[in-house]
Design a protein around this ligand. Structure first.
Ligand code: IPM
Ligand code: MN
Length: 351
């Protein structure tokens, strides 16, 4: 099976290299039949004209799964001031209708949380479902700046978008083991329905959908309250569903509680396609130095294999990654001095 691989910018190619080595090793040792088809797509190749958005989308539509490295170069901007790379990322998310952005917040074995009372593996283990096809982000290709005096972006919340993302969250909760604290399965709707009508609508639709899931507790929290809840009692959480922009912000916060952005992985899922990527950016400041933590890229790969129905291979990746971390191999962001390639080699050895 062919999988589209987008190498991205900054640390993108370095951490993707780690993921591809692992895929190849799974092929050699265990017969995994995945063929990574690499594309040099990112802010730089969009800017120099090697690729344009339509061309990228046409190519992407040929695949069931995409493995994507971070993209972005802060120097490459659109006239409105936004970043060029975001045109690629958001086109992929919007035009391929990858409406559910699934972002696990999970304390991996051997990784330390800065939250003192949460230091057993999986004592933090919940999933943020970020609505990925509308919300405030849908204004990216619109938006308006008037005479350097006034700027407007609009938030879009639709019944269809909210129904499907709510359903997705409840279906996911069904498949989980519930919260680390008491194993209760719940979905928390996160919004600011106290302030904006669009969010009150979001909450109303969520509540309608929740009535079809008696076995799962539906909860409600304002986004600001959730930000502190994620720090104070993360073990009570199971599944969170929220609007696009809130999901963006809260997933970085969640990442910080489980060791940092190096551990935050994700899948952008539609009813028939999936794109898997780290939550973090292209980190231009450390690009080319062979010190980036490839964990999020590798866990995204594992998540992709699981989603494609290769659960056995996904498990092999996780086990060998966790063994490497437990044996003390640490990149600089984890307080160690392992290079990206040494970290990757240690995983390969464990396979
Ligand atoms: C993320 C990133 C992206 C976002 C950027 C790079 C478009 O921060 O995946 O969380 O804002 O969604
Ligand atoms: Mn983000």
């Amino acid at each position: 099976m062919d999988v589209m691989v987008l190498n991205g910018d900054g640390i993108g190619p370095e951490i993707m290299n780690a993921a591809i080595k692992i895929i190849n090793k799974l092929h050699e040792n265990f017969g995994l039949n995945i063929n990574p088809v690499e594309y040099d797509i990112g802010a730089v190749t969009l800017d120099n004209g090697k690729w344009d958005l339509d061309h990228i989308l046409d190519e992407a539509r040929k695949y069931k799964a995409i493995l994507k490295a971070p993209m972005g170069d802060p120097k490459l901007r659109n006239t409105g001031g936004t970043e060029k790379a975001l045109d690629v990322i958001l086109s992929l998310r919007f035009d391929l209708d990858l409406y559910a952005n699934v972002r696990p917040v999970r304390l991996l074995p051997g990784v330390e949380s800065p939250l003192k009372s949460y230091n057993n593996p999986d004592s933090i283990n919940y999933t943020i479902i970020r609505e990925n096809s509308e919300g405030l982000y849908s204004s990216h290709f619109g938006g308006l700046v008037l005479r350097d005096e006034l700027a407007i972006d609009n938030q879009t919340i639709t019944r269809k978008g909210t129904e499907r993302i709510s359903r997705f969250a409840f279906e996911l909760a069904k498949k989980t083991k519930g919260s680390p604290k008491d194993g209760k399965k719940s979905v928390v709707c996160v919004d600011k329905s106290n302030v904006l009508r669009s969010f009150a609508f979001f909450r109303k639709i969520f509540s309608e959908v929740s009535s079809r899931y008696d076995e799962i507790v539906a909860k409600y929290m304002y986004a600001d309250a959730m930000a502190q809840h994620m720090i104070i009692r993360p073990d009570e959480l199971n599944v969170i569903v929220t609007e696009n922009m809130f999901g963006d912000v809260l997933s970085d916060l969640g990442a910080a509680t489980v060791g940092g952005l190096g551990f935050a992985y994700s899948g952008n899922i539609s009813d028939n396609m999936g794109m898997f990527e780290p939550v973090h950016g292209s980190a231009p400041d450390i690009a080319g130095r062979n010190i980036a933590n490839p964990t999020a890229m590798i866990m995204s790969t594992s998540m992709m294999l699981d989603w494609l129905g290769f659960g056995k291979f996904s498990k092999i990746i996780e086990d060998s990654l966790f063994n490497a971390i437990r044996s003390g191999v640490r990149t600089p962001d984890m307080g160690g001095n392992a290079t990206t390639s040494y970290f990757t080699e240690s995983i390969l050895k464990n396979m």
